[in-house]
Write a protein that binds this ligand. Structure first.
Ligand code: SAM
Length: 293
């Protein structure tokens, strides 16, 4: 078991400070950050292994009726929803215990007009949707983005799964930041059916994003096994934050969010508990870390 630095040893974040790469367990580090500090949070948590994750007390997020906590899912208490889900899948209880307190911190850390992107795979996404509805409220669900790619072998006994899911939640459905003007556009499938001006401009992406995986031989590749393509995060960062805003990734891996943020003039905090991830981020994000913008 790797010894992680205590939160007090981690770099201190401040709104006018420098971009940060932090080596810590996010459960320890996130509580050190002030409320409402980030316009956009992207997380790509490890998938549910059911074994590798540490159990925590299930009462941590109990929302007793009338306690003032948010209560989602038709007003049932948070723990009731969790109990129902756990009855379908034992491993899910561990996953919930691991993820829910961290996503609750994400809610606290989001600015009032902020947006959370949670990157999942098809096995987790439905459970996580219910978890996030309970945490944020169903009305705060903005989108489910499908990242479609085409890589690897094709199963013959079922439809080959070639997509990930990104759930998008806003803190305030009546007042969130979203700028479609900043987003890269896509070519029309049938450009002959629209005017030449429209064809040249391209069309706004929908909630289905076709994008290649990080090429094993490409420029972007860092060697980190779960690295996600910058093109995906570029869209999310461009739409859901402004230049100079702070963005956060607390399952940061190779630091894809930090790289995109740096290139788009956003400020970032990237947290990971794995020393190899931190080493890779320190190299990849070197142009943007260490000095205040
Ligand atoms: C799927 S990877 C993220 C990959 C990243 N999106 C990228 O593009 O490279 C998940 C990351 O979460 C990190 N992680 C897992 N548990 C953690 C924890 N408790 N605190 C901080 N990081 C954690 C892992 O070390 C891993 O790097």
């Amino acid at each position: 078991m790797t010894e992680l630095p205590a939160p007090s040893a981690s770099p201190v974040w401040s709104a006018d400070g420098a971009n940060l790469v932090v080596h810590a367990d996010n459960a320890q580090y996130l509580p050190t950050l002030p409320d409402a500090s980030f316009s956009m949070i992207y997380v790509d948590p490890p998938f549910n292994t059911g074994r590798a994750q540490r159990r925590q007390q299930t009462s941590m997020l109990r929302a007793a009726p009338g306690s003032g906590d948010r209560v989602g899912f038709k007003g049932q208490s948070y723990s009731t929803v969790k109990g129902i889900l756990a009855s379908y899948d034992d491993a899910f209880e561990d996953y919930w215990d691991f993820l829910a307190p961290r996503l609750a911190e994400a809610w606290r850390l989001l600015a009032d007009d902020g947006t959370l992107y949670v990157h999942l795979d098809y096995r987790e996404v439905h459970y996580a949707k219910v978890m996030l509805d309970a945490l944020f409220g169903r009305d705060c669900f903005l989108n489910e983005i499908i990242w479609a790619y085409d890589y690897g072998a094709r199963a013959k006994r079922k439809w080959p799964a070639k997509h990930d899911n990104i759930l998008v939640y806003v803190k305030d459905p009546a007042g969130y930041h979203f700028s479609s003007d900043e987003v890269d556009r896509e070519p029309y499938m049938a450009p002959g059916l629209v005017t030449a001006e429209k064809a040249a401009l391209g069309k706004l992406p929908t909630d289905v994003w076709w994008h290649t995986i990080v090429s094993p031989t490409g420029r972007e590749k860092t060697g980190y096994p779960t690295q996600k393509p910058e093109g995906l995060l570029r869209r999310a960062v461009a739409a859901s934050s402004r230049e100079g805003d702070w963005v956060l990734d607390f399952f940061a891996g190779s630091g894809t969010l930090g790289a995109v943020a740096g290139k788009l003039g956003r400020r970032f905090v990237c947290v990971d508990s794995n020393p190899q991830a931190v080493e890779i981020m320190e190299t990849r994000l070197a142009p943007w870390i260490g000095s205040a913008p």
